[in-house]
Write a protein that binds this ligand. Structure first.
Ligand SMILES: Cc1ncc(COP(=O)(O)O)c(C=O)c1O
Length: 398
């Protein structure tokens, strides 16, 4: 059943214009609908607001524990374990200021100048950035649309003496799919064989549409999880992007200690704000129903958007099984991704992310990415505008 929580009147337009940055409302022109950065248009769950208010009312903001609040670490392990995750330990969870920051900390911990990391292509630019900032180089493994995977044969050709890590985005931004058990097993065997760490980014784990059931490395046998360092977040599932909070789960105490050292938290230079950890704890402990309602809302919008996009000239869009991201192939419009994004911003007054190497690698060419974590009404309006603009661009289709 559709929830009133995600109806159009719940979208705080004035606040979004004031506060939503990163290619979104505060950074786009008036009248533009930004389907850009993956950040919901809705206020966070009341339970999170109440938890923050309770903590704030008490008025004490002393240093928190350097290793993170035990209640957050406990809540995360409990939540993941209830989804069948194995191999987690409260003492091996480290909260930091955002999943992106977690990725950087892991890269810093295990990559040095001249090392190499394999990243998927396309994939969110954060993987590349984490590797480059650590002084490493990247090699990209292209997605094969025909086989629907990142082929193991290609991975094998990318390994060198200096390869130390492979980055896995599961569920995948921007492809909107999650890895199947056999794919995860293949990645795990590959990592074992070549002595690699797996940087396992699961920030999208909660946004998976029924009837699909998410599969994680943590559902595999222990022998296949030994090299897996998992990152979780709260920006997508709970709208906490501005609170900058994410977590790293490590497979053993030694790995945890290495990341702890690289993170800087033990020197008080870094770490997650206590208030953000309070919000994340409430997200894990009190928001199950809210997230379920959010995902149900999103699945309705996904169906609507996919159907409408596929009826537009020059657009082919697969239905994502996870994430609130659409990644349509736009090659038949005759424009490249950057030109089409520019055209849509000007003519349709809708901002999207172009599939350029900067955002997702060369494998994103011929695609744009749209985030649909908004209301049905706003999404419909954006799609109407896109359709109208495309009719001018590809008039022969009508
Ligand atoms: C795959 C992936 N990892 C990490 C992040 C960053 O998450 P956070 O806002 O917690 O830094 C994003 C945000 O778009 C993402 O899509």
């Amino acid at each position: 059943m559709a929830s009133v929580l995600f109806e159009d009147q719940q979208i705080p337009r004035a606040l979004l214009r004031e506060r939503a940055y990163n290619h979104r409302w505060a950074e786009t022109g008036r009248g533009v609908i930004p389907l850009t950065a993956a950040d919901p248009d809705f206020k966070v769950a009341p339970e999170i607001r109440q938890a923050i208010a309770r903590y704030t009312d008490e008025g004490l903001f002393s240093y928190g524990p350097a290793r993170g609040l035990p209640e957050l670490r406990t809540a995360l392990v409990r939540d993941l374990s209830s989804s069948g995750y194995a191999g987690l330990d409260v003492d091996r969870i480290l909260p930091l200021d955002g999943a992106a920051s977690c990725m950087h900390a892991v890269a810093r911990a295990f990559l040095s100048e001249g090392d190499e990391m394999i990243v998927l292509d396309p994939v969110d630019f954060l993987f590349e950035e984490a590797a480059l900032r650590a002084g490493a180089k990247i090699k990209r493994c292209p997605y094969n649309p025909a086989s629907g995977d990142f082929p193991l044969e290609t991975l094998e050709t990318l390994v060198s003496r200096r390869t130390r890590m492979i980055g896995i985005c599961n569920p995948h931004n921007p492809l909107g799919r999650f890895m199947r058990e056999d794919e995860l097993e293949a990645f795990a065997h590959f990592a074992e064989e070549h002595d690699l760490w797996i940087l396992n980014d699961e920030v999208w784990r909660e946004i998976v549409f029924s009837p699909h059931e998410f599969c994680s490395f943590h559902h595999l046998p222990a022998s296949l999880r030994k090299r897996v360092i998992s990152i979780h977040g709260f920006s997508k599932s709970h709208g906490l992007a501005g609170l900058r909070i994410g977590t790293i789960a490590t497979p053993d105490p030694e790995t945890h200690a290495t990341i702890l050292e690289a993170s800087g938290v033990m020197t008080t230079a870094g770490g997650a704000s206590t208030l953000s950890q309070i919000a994340a704890t409430a997200a894990l402990e009190e928001c199950r129903e809210w997230v379920d309602a959010f995902v149900l809302h999103l699945s309705g919008l996904r169906d609507l958007a996919v159907e409408r996009l596929n009826a537009m000239p020059g657009i082919r869009c697969e239905s994502p099984e996870a994430t609130f991201l659409l990644f349509p192939d736009i090659r038949e419009t005759g424009l490249d991704a950057e030109a089409l994004a520019d055209f849509l911003a000007r003519k349709a007054r809708v901002a999207v992310i172009p599939g350029t190497p900067r955002f997702f690698g060369p494998g994103a060419a011929g695609h744009i990415r749209l985030s649909f974590a908004t209301s049905e009404k706003l999404l419909e309006r954006a799609l109407d505008r896109i359709e109208h603009a495309l009719k001018q661009l590809v008039p022969s289709a009508y």
